[in-house]
Ligand binder design. Structure first.
Ligand code: BG6
Ligand code: BG6
Ligand code: GLC
Length: 894
């Protein structure tokens, strides 16, 4: 073999610097610049020969045309499947290019999966290998839920020499690397693939193009850099492609420069080192002349070993470990010598690659009659990617050989696994196990129980709502509803028609509440609300109607039985922090503001939490609805609890009052339509305020450093810990903290922490929902990031999407675990083996996010197997529910 030919005969056994004997031994492997220039010139001559029809047969460098006429120009669009066969990994990919935006502006999304190729297929029948390829393709389509019916265009990266007469045709000239399948030489590879796909069946795929990996790499890198006109692979094999002038290409066939490949490529680097080391040991120059069986075995030293031996700092230790693995007992001199062998071998490889590349670049320069050339080379391959010194050495030599060219090297991001491992590590704490979720359910259950007790603190407040039943359809009349505390403020007019169940008309108008008002004085806030109401009444032409009104106020309020039209704000949550409101009755605050306006009058009959409003609104449609869930700006749940379990009301009103009150309740229940079987059991809707779970540290084991940061920067540090893990107002902030960390670690946005990224609140729920949408190509993700002022590469957008996914999935799972605790409690309350129940739901996170609802439901199903829970999204918001409660209260007093 080659290395053996290079053995020189001057060696001695004198004690000396161990690298010296290696230098002498491998003298011929050292290549000086003039030699490299010479090689480069010979290369150029061979390339010329290869391009001409007369001399091609004799040329050592094959120069196969690829029929790719231009690098991507950004107009390509659509979705493609791709197969990538011939590198160290066989991969199936889905590539999406977004219409209108195109590749150049970053419209490419790629997902890939590696499929192992069983060893026997590498030396078996060629048709079997292709059968495996098409089966893998089918599996990929299946796993990624890509429709099998639709016709999918497919591009085939096939990294072996083929003679192409068109983009979708290629005759295999010969296998290479470790591939030796039988029966395909001289056959059209594209046709063979098509036949295999037909045999597999059920796949409607059209093979449109076949390209060599070098070409694919050039194209990939061309996405990001328009000057990329050379593709270089230094991996299992080595090869290059470039854009040649069409006029220079005659006809092409011949034999590839295979010897050159053996000197450079990964498949042979380790083997060369092994042969040299073996020879030196046999000659007594290493290991005191001892040779092990392992060292005699082909393939025992790999490219990865070569890379490890040359690692900075650990290289010598690695060399020792590798040699020990080979059953050798190296002295420290032996290690130094072997390390030096590997350096010389890989140096030669990078030198030769540089000479080859220099030839290509000179040719391009000459073709174009340029004095200087500015060009980008797209590179891929395991040697280039994993060897610690390889890229630097290659770049240096190319620049030395061609001082007049500005050469930029771009690593192909098709192998986008860059940094993926580190990203994975960052996201690991967001991935909760079933055991952890089970624990959250248990803690939520304990929180619910503690909150119902009369004594002792509880992070889950369990606020009584004094709503004793869900609507029964007898509600009637016109009501005004005000809805404050979600993303927007809404004013509504609802008209329930008597006797006609499920017949209501609704008019509404949406108002935004500016942040300075949310966080200004209480007076300003309520004046602003009164102004919105005034506007709405004008809009409806009802300024003088003096309507009964219900007020959805989506913050924790203490209420009393005597007056459901009052509620004392316990504390602000979410984005509100208006002064002089906490501890005050919010209905009085609103009444005072209306009075200050002195323009219209309202009869505020009831104040309700948004969860309660949502439950009521949905129960109007589905009588099984006895739970209300909000997953929006904030998160919260209410449900119908047995009155007997609500100890805190006992204490608050004293025995007698409670006795009276129970009679009251009985009246209300019998007044309404009785629900089968359980009408006699008095219940009350409890606003759990479950967002407070964890305020005593009980969730600390799942809280990540990013959550801590978000908590610290919030309006209410230490409060609403569960809400901060699960709701729209905070998820974007958690994502931003993770992105900041990844960027600081150099894994994202090229390590550049921009002002935008440092800006709190840039990732609103709607962006998270868009970014995670499956229908969105990565290109769109990139354009969303662009809108947010974040310049991202394809890799960046993959990572951002991944981060959003981890954060929102955790949120949905936690809400699912909480919901499991609630439904289990209701089931036990009622002594049922199985509970059928409906949850009325509202909130932008639930309604707009592509995966949140699904994950929440699935988690609840797994953690509460004895409950069948139906989730019913509220259609008209909680305002309608507030109006229903108002109607009930009104009718009672009529
Ligand atoms: C991969 C490309 O990243 O690199 C393949 O997707 C190419 O097309 C390969 O063949 C070359 O490197 P290696 O080291 O896997 O042979
Ligand atoms: C609305 C309800 O539809 O949803 C509000 O009417 C509720 O009462 C809101 O607060 C919650 O969702 P978000 O996403 O606006 O916080
Ligand atoms: C917050 C509020 C709560 C409300 C929820 C959803 O958690 O404290 O009252 O129901 O947000 O809007």
């Amino acid at each position: 073999m080659l290395a053996v030919h290079l053995v020189s005969f001057f060696f001695s056994k004198l004690q000396e610097d161990p690298t010296k004997k290696v230098d002498r031994f491998l003298y011929a492997m050292r290549l000086h610049d003039d030699q490299l220039k010479d090689i480069s010139a010979r290369f150029q001559a061979e390339m010329k020969k290869g391009l001409s029809s007369e001399s091609n047969a004799a040329a050592a460098v094959k120069m196969l045309p690829t029929h790719v006429r231009s690098t991507p120009d950004g107009t390509e669009k659509g979705q493609f499947l791709a197969l990538d066969l011939g590198g160290s990994k066989f991969k199936v990919l889905q590539v999406k290019v977004r219409e209108g935006i195109g590749i150049k502006k970053g419209g490419v999304e790629m997902e890939e999966k590696t499929y192992p190729i069983p060893k026997e297929l590498l030396i078996g029948k060629g048709t079997e290998l292709f059968g495996h390829v098409s089966e893998s393709l089918k599996d990929f389509l299946h796993k990624r839920n890509i429709s099998l019916e639709k016709k999918h265009p497919l591009a085939f990266t096939f990294s072996f020499p083929c003679e192409q007469s068109a983009l979708d045709q290629g005759l295999l000239l010969g296998w290479g690397k470790n591939y030796r399948p039988r029966g395909l030489q001289g056959k059209d590879v594209v046709q063979t693939l098509r036949e295999a796909i037909d045999r597999t069946g059920g796949l409607d795929v059209e093979v449109l193009a076949m390209v060599n990996d070098t070409v694919a790499t050039m194209m990939t890198c061309g996405f990001d850099d328009e000057h990329c006109e050379v593709g270089l692979i230094i991996g299992t094999g080595t090869n290059a492609c470039y854009m040649e002038e069409l006029r220079h290409i005659d006809l092409v066939e011949g034999d590839e420069g295979r010897i050159f490949e053996k000197m450079i490529s990964g498949m042979y680097l380790g083997e060369l080192v092994r042969l040299v080391v073996l020879k030196m040991a046999k000659l007594g120059l290493l290991f005191d002349g001892r040779v092990s069986d392992a060292l005699r075995t082909k393939g025992k030293i790999t490219t990865a070993h070569v890379a490890a031996m040359e690692e900075y700092k650990n290289g010598l230790k690695n060399t020792k470990d590798i040699l020990m693995e080979l059953d050798l007992n190296p002295s420290s001199d032996d290690c130094i010598a072997v390390q030096h062998v590997s350096t010389i071998v890989s140096f030669r490889s990078s030198n030769l690659a540089a000479a080859g590349l220099a030839a290509i670049l000179s040719r391009i320069k000459k073709n174009r009659n340029l004095r200087t050339l500015k060009i980008t080379v797209g590179v891929d391959g395991t040697v280039y990617k994993t060897h610690p010194q390889y890229p630097k050495r290659l770049h240096k030599v190319v620049r030395r050989l061609l001082p007049e060219c500005h050469v930029r090297f771009v690593l192909s991001d098709s192998g986008s696994s860059k940094g993926a491992a580190l990203v994975d590590e960052t996201l690991a704490p967001f991935r909760l196990s079933q055991d952890q979720l089970q624990l959250v359910k248990t803690r939520m259950r304990a929180g619910l129980e503690a909150g119902l007790k009369s004594k002792g603190p509880s992070t889950v407040k369990m606020l009584p709502s004094f709503v004793y039943r869900t609507p029964d359809g007898t509600e009637h009349g016109k009501y005004l509803a005000l809805d404050l505390g979600g993303t927007n403020f809404r004013a509504l007019l609802v008209n329930f028609k008597k006797g006609l169940q499920h017949n209501s008309r609704l008019y509404h108008k949406i108002y935004t509440i500016p942040q300075e008002i949310m966080q200004g004085t209480g007076e300003e806030l309520f004046d602003h609300i009164a102004q919105c109401v005034s506007d709405f009444l004008d809009y409806m032409g009802m300024k003088n109607a003096h309507l009964p009104a219900g007020f959805t106020f989506s913050f924790p309020c203490e209420q009393t039985a005597i007056d459901t039209a009052s509620g004392t704000l316990v504390s602000w949550t979410k984005g509100y922090k208006a002064t002089d409101c906490e501890g005050h009755d919010v209905v009085s605050l609103l009444r005072e503001a209306i009075k200050r306006r002195n323009e219209f009058d309202l009869d505020i009959v009831a104040v309700v939490n948004d969860t309660v409003g949502t439950m009521m609104s949905c129960a109007y449609e589905d009588p099984q609805c006895e739970i209300g869930l909000i997953a929006g700006t904030g998160t919260n749940v209410c449900y119908m609890e047995e009155l007997k379990n609500i100890e805190k009301t006992d204490q608050k009103f004293g025995k007698t009052e409670k006795g009276e009150r129970e009679e009251d309740v009985q009246d209300e229940v019998t007044e309404g339509e009785k629900k089968e079987g359980d009408a006699e059991i008095p219940r009350m809707c409890i606003n759990t305020e479950w967002g407070g779970l964890g305020d005593d540290g009980s969730l600390d084991d799942i809280i990540t450093p990013y959550d801590l940061e978000v908590n610290q920067n919030s309006l209410n540090p230490g409060k609403q810990r569960f809400e901060k893990l699960t709701s729209g107002m905070y998820l974007g902030e958690v994502v931003r903290q993770v992105l900041l960390d990844l960027t600081r670690g150099g894994l994202l946005f090229r390590g550049h922490v921009t002002e935008t990224l440092k800006t709190p609140g840039i990732f609103q729920t709607k962006y998270l929902s868009q970014i995670e949408s499956d229908r969105l190509a990565l290109l769109q993700v990139r354009s969303i990031l662009q809108q947010l002022g974040l310049n991202s590469t394809c890799d960046d957008s993959i990572i951002v999407k991944e981060v959003c996914g981890a954060v929102s999935r955790r949120a949905a799972q936690l809400c699912g675990a909480g919901m499991a605790a609630v439904v289990e409690k209701i089931r036990e309350n009622r002594g049922l083996d199985h509970l059928n129940i409906t949850v009325g739901v509202d909130g932008a996170l639930y309604k707009l996010h592509p995966h949140f609802a699904g994950v929440l439901q699935e988690t609840a199903r797994i953690l509460a197997p004895r409950c069948s829970v139906t989730f019913l999204p509220s259609e008209e918001g909680s305002g309608k529910g507030a109006a229903l409660i108002t109607a009930v209260a009104r009718q009672k007093h009529d």
